[in-house]
Design a protein around this ligand. Structure first.
Ligand code: AMP
Length: 210
């Protein structure tokens, strides 16, 4: 089963993906995570990506599509359940993925705009297991420390307010045609993510997961 998650930055795509990975054995492909890994290296590509990501703009489609193609080659299993988080971000990427593999569900994770800033600026991530926390809504038991493996939590550079505003603008400018293209493919569904457990229940209903 191939699921793609659409939705604004901070809509909870990462948390939903983590759940599907842990409880239902999905392979999680997050282009944002893949780019952050690349940025951590000291290469010309890393420096280029860093600039783009800190401007809140998107990495070009050829680079992004190639990264995804490589991930699918590594998995090399037509039966795998895969959740794409943050990809595709525009119609070009959707068309590319749709040629590589059949997409079963596109789930648009909707959250009020007012809520987004608090979610993103409060977000903290475990660099080891990728568990996502929030200093307002989902505090770790010990301040700034991952409950699962004790790692020191980090904040993404692009979760600063000024970058988030740009990321949201980028998302809004591409969202409508992407939704329309998913509707044309008859894979489009929406869910409301007011609370994570509600969102997960809706995802499970759409994908017929027990
Ligand atoms: P995310 O973690 O999905 O919010 O992605 C963080 C940043 O990585 C984005 O603001 C983009 O600069 C870049 N990025 C992630 N996914 C994509 C994508 N599908 N297409 C282009 N750029 C992306």
């Amino acid at each position: 089963m191939i699921v793609i998650l659409l939705g604004a930055p901070g809509s909870g795509k990462g948390s939903i993906s983590n759940y599907l990975k842990e409880k239902h054995g999905f392979i999680h492909i997050s282009t944002g995570d893949l780019f952050r890994k690349t940025v951590a290296q000291d290469t010309p590509l890393a420096n280029k990506l860093k600039q783009i990501m800190l401007s809140g703009k998107l990495v070009d489609d050829d680079t992004t599509n190639e990264v995804v193609r490589q991930e699918l080659l590594k998995i090399n299993n037509p039966q795998a359940h895969i959740i794409f988080d943050g990809y595709p971000r525009n119609v070009n990427q959707l068309e590319y993925l749709n040629k590589l593999t059949k997409i079963d569900y596109a789930i648009d994770v909707q959250v009020d705009k007012a809520e987004i800033m608090k979610r993103i600026t409060g977000r903290r991530v475990c660099p080891v297991c990728k568990e996502i926390y929030n200093i307002y809504y989902k505090k770790p038991k010990v301040e700034n420390t991952c409950d699962k493996d004790g790692s020191l939590l980090t904040q993404r550079n692009d979760d600063q307010e000024s970058v988030v505003v740009e990321r949201y603008k980028t998302y809004m400018s591409l969202n409508e045609p992407l939704i329309k293209a998913c509707q044309d493919l008859k894979i489009y569904h929406t869910i409301k993510n007011d609370r994570l457990d509600n969102a997960i229940k809706q995802v499970k209903d759409i994908c017929n997961l027990q």
